[in-house]
Design a protein around this ligand. Structure first.
Ligand code: FES
Ligand SMILES: [Fe+2]
Length: 385
């Protein structure tokens, strides 16, 4: 299925390592393998809680062909189920909606509550007989997926085989404890007006992560950004070689309009006021933490060479996230990030094009500038082998 020898070349010391081979970016067979080994075996992101804010909000999601539904229960808890009826296997839901009490299957009207329990089986025992002695309803509930919400991000582990999420996220929480504590995590509010945009890019999802991990490309791809947040002011981040990687800046300046600024996190350490950090949590989410805003840039792989990027933006407290006073500032901040992400599209699509070359062997890494990207390659390689 995969060429283990080529993939093992990633595991050499950085000076001698090659990156992942072309097949990891162009082969359909590889893509199917990756779905299982990377997306089903790990904590994968499938959306954010604020896109289903109300009880009864339901959204279908297609994870590389696996149909899922995201449900906000009456208890406000988010649950994720496989999007398939236990009866004859009809796909339950096609588009987002808000439901009153149950998810009803369009085929024979079996119905499930928001906790996934099968609660109605009309005519199962013959016309107008809605129960059957021989049939034990409790064995045909919807199949729930192992799910965890962290900073509004919905993580799922399809194969239920990853370490517990709290354990998984601990190294990052420890790293970020100088900026935000557990309570502060709850202060973020999604912005309803300029809080979301998406981009479709013609490349494999991995390029977005690789590119996000390094600041090497700042002067060439983001010349404007490089003027305010220079490559020299950036540092690299590696958290446990197999969980996350990224970069930070020491020169973040809060945007302002007149004397108006966004609220800030209350427990951010005084000697780190200008730090901001950009971390890719493997496999498919990139997060950005600043003293006055947080974003979640998550990837929906659509095909081996096509990806949907979703950008979700958060501020500290409702006034900053949704108040009229700061609307213009939010608009500008959203535009700022969109422009940066758009500049990156050229870079990541260019790498996809280059992978068509039969002579490319995965390439090399700069031992200094490409460390976090190399960590990501190693993580992918070890998830595959
Ligand atoms: S397939 Fe859903 S009720 Fe029959
Ligand atoms: Fe970039």
């Amino acid at each position: 299925m995969i060429d283990v020898k080529k993939i093992e070349a990633v595991n050499r010391p950085i000076e001698a390592a090659n990156g992942l081979p072309n097949e990891c970016y162009v082969s359909e067979k590889y893509f199917a393998y990756e779905k299982e080994r990377i997306f089903c075996n790990n904590w994968t992101v499938i959306g954010v809680g604020s896109s289903i804010p109300n009880p009864g909000d339901i959204k279908p999601y297609n994870l590389l062909g696996i149909p899922l539904i995201l449900v906000r229960g009456k208890d406000l808890k988010i649950r994720v189920f496989h999007n398939v009826c236990s009866h004859r296997g009809f796909k339950l839901l096609d588009k987002p909606c808000n439901l009153k009490n149950v998810v009803r299957c369009p085929y024979h009207s079996w119905s499930y509550d928001f906790e996934g329990n099968l609660v109605a089986t009309p005519h199962i025992g013959g016309l107008n007989i809605h129960q059957s002695k021989e049939f034990d309803k409790t064995k045909s509930n919807l199949k729930e997926v192992k799910t965890k919400i962290w900073m509004d991000i919905i993580f799922v582990n399809i194969n239920s085989n990853e370490i517990e999420f709290d354990e998984y996220i601990k190294p990052l929480e420890q790293r970020w404890s100088k900026f935000i504590n557990k309570n502060d995590q709850g202060l973020i509010v999604h912005s309803n007006d300029y809080g979301y945009f998406s981009l479709i890019v013609n490349c494999n999802w991995k390029f977005a992560i690789e590119n996000y991990c390094e600041s090497y490309h700042l002067p060439t791809i983001h010349p404007e950004l490089n003027k305010v947040s220079n490559i020299n002011d950036h540092y690299h981040i590696q958290g446990l070689p197999n969980r996350f990687a990224g970069q930070g800046s020491k020169k973040y300046e809060q945007p302002f309009k007149g004397n108006k600024k966004f609220n800030t996190f209350p427990n951010w350490e005084k000697n780190n006021l200008k730090n901001s950090e950009y971390i890719a949590l493997f496999p498919n989410v990139m997060i950005g933490l600043h003293i006055d805003h947080f974003y979640v840039f998550w990837l929906e792989p659509l095909a081996i060479n096509k990806t949907k990027e979703h950008m979700q933006m958060y501020y500290i407290g409702n006034e900053s996230a949704n108040g009229e006073e700061l609307k213009e500032l939010r608009k500008e901040n959203s535009k700022f990030w969109k422009d940066v992400m758009l500049e990156d599209v050229n870079a990541i699509e260019g790498m996809q094009e280059g992978r068509k070359s039969p002579v490319y062997n995965g390439g090399n890494f700069s031992p200094v500038m490409d460390q976090p990207t190399y960590q990501f390659h190693k993580w992918v390689a070890n998830s595959l082998i």
